[in-house]
Design a protein around this ligand. Structure first.
Ligand SMILES: Cc1ncc(COP(=O)(O)O)c(C=O)c1O
Length: 454
């Protein structure tokens, strides 16, 4: 039976189809007999694969092009942009670059400011000197250090799960998690807005993919029932995030988990953005839901570090250990990062007030944006998504904020669906008072107020 191909959303532009290009003929090979002389004459025309890349890049409209910029940490909650090329400081003379002002950080995922917390830095530095910079091997060869096991045990106890395994990144952990629970015989049912890494996992597993409407458990149930009816024995897997990274909305996890339990289907929850901030004492929104098969977490957000983990029961943990190529065939998480994550966990446990104060502030910002005529950003967590619709409007809003000393990013398709470009505001501890007022002035009145005014 021919299965429909999974729809695969990508954060990246896809190369043009080969047959859409006019390709040049192969460069001539010298000598009458190709087997006798393999000298290739210098090709005058660009090879087809480079033409293909050039054409694909040429297809990208200017408002969709991404660029890398350097932003150095500056103070508690600010980032210092590098001087634009060619900029000069009139006071200091024409040759020296004019340093732009630091920007308040409303863009990073360092929700609790732990990336520069003294206790976290000290723990990472101590491990750096004790263990070295890298783990020097994969976990199953000789790359497991005491700090890896300590962190895995501490996370398991904190989350109330039997087994935790560390990974070098959340992207890799998600890939491993999907491949552990699905294969080419499976159907994966995923929320329409799940992260690219989970989609990459589906593609790597060879499973089919169907999407349910964002946070819509009724739509998930419709898909589950229809699949059970058509192919009662087919293995299924359900994927969601607990706090959506570009939307700021939280998943109806209890309903999704109950549905999955009723249909005896595993549920994989990506808690990347919730851990440390949401759920009881920052333990995430899947905390206490025993039927969740795998929880995925990263240290790249609230933990202020790098690396990631998967948590599950001992059966799932052992299956991952025995079967996952993404766990076995990669250099173990750098020990200083593991030590930093362990110290960050200690800080999160010791100071639950930090997350609750942050969430209170998030509520005040949502109220204020709504009162200023903007649609209330969905959810309750630290990601506030202000919908602008059009790419150009989102980029213009980013620029207005930047002129006011605030860094928040315009998020455009294909990272979000067409027509839903937005400004992604991320709240964090350590923002000075007056930041909200600055933001409201820079943003101006929202569509509700601007339409109402004559
Ligand atoms: C929802 C979600 N899952 C997974 C990841 C990947 O995590 P990491 O940055 O550790 O690779 C990210 C980061 O962008 C994310 O936003």
């Amino acid at each position: 039976m021919q299965h429909p191909q999974p729809r695969f959303d990508s954060d990246c532009p896809q190369p043009r189809r080969r047959d859409a290009l006019i390709t040049s003929p192969p460069a001539p090979v010298s000598g009458a007999d190709n087997t006798a002389d393999h000298t290739i004459e210098p090709a005058t025309a660009e090879p087809p694969w480079r033409q293909q890349l050039r054409a694909s890049l040429g297809d990208l409209p200017a408002v969709r092009r991404r660029r890398l910029r350097s932003l150095a940490p500056a103070g508690a909650a600010a980032l210092q942009p590098a001087a634009p090329e060619g900029a000069t400081d009139a006071r200091a003379g024409a040759a020296s670059p004019r340093p732009p002002s630091p920007l308040l950080d409303l863009a990073s995922n360092d929700y609790l400011g732990l990336s520069r917390d003294p206790a976290v830095l000290a723990a990472a530095a101590a491990e750096l000197h004790a263990s070295g910079l890298g783990a020097t091997a994969s976990r199953l060869i000789c790359g497991t250090r005491p700090v890896h096991l300590e962190l895995e045990q501490a996370l398991a106890a904190w989350l109330g799960r039997e087994r935790v395994l560390l990974f070098p990144s959340g992207f890799q952990a998600n890939l491993a998690a999907v491949c552990a629970l699905a294969d080419r015989h499976s159907l994966v049912l995923a929320d329409r807005l799940i992260h690219h890494s989970l989609l990459a996992g589906v593609r790597a597993s060879g499973a089919r993919l169907k999407r349910f409407a964002h946070n819509d458990s009724a739509d998930l149930e419709r898909l589950l029932l229809s699949e059970r009816c058509d192919r009662p024995e087919a293995p299924l897997l359900v994927l969601c995030e607990s706090l959506y990274s570009m939307e700021g909305s939280a998943s109806p996890l209890a309903a999704l988990a109950a549905l999955c339990a009723r249909h005896r289907v595993p549920l994989l929850v990506d808690e990347a953005h919730a851990l440390g901030v949401l759920g009881p004492c920052g333990r995430g929104l899947a905390h206490g839901i025993a039927s969740v098969a795998i929880v995925s977490g990263t240290f790249g957000k609230a933990f202020g570090s790098g690396g990631a983990f998967l948590a599950g029961d001992s059966l799932v943990g052992d299956w991952l250990l025995q079967s996952s190529g993404a766990f076995r065939y990669t250099t173990a998480l750098a020990p200083p990062l593991a030590a930093g994550a362990l110290a960050a966990l200690g800080r999160i446990q010791a100071d639950p007030e930090a997350a609750s104060a942050l969430l209170e502030r998030c509520g005040r910002w949502r109220d204020a944006l709504e009162a200023a005529g903007w649609p209330r950003p969905p959810g309750e967590g630290p990601i506030l998504s202000v919908r602008l619709g059009d790419d150009t409007a989102a980029l213009a809003a980013q620029e207005r904020l930047e002129a006011a000393g605030l860094l928040a990013l315009a998020i455009r398709p294909p990272t979000v669906p067409e027509g839903t470009a937005r400004l992604r505001l991320v709240l964090r501890t350590g923002l000075p008072s007056g930041t909200l007022e600055k933001l409201l002035v820079a943003l101006g009145p929202g569509p509700r107020l601007s339409l109402a005014s004559p």
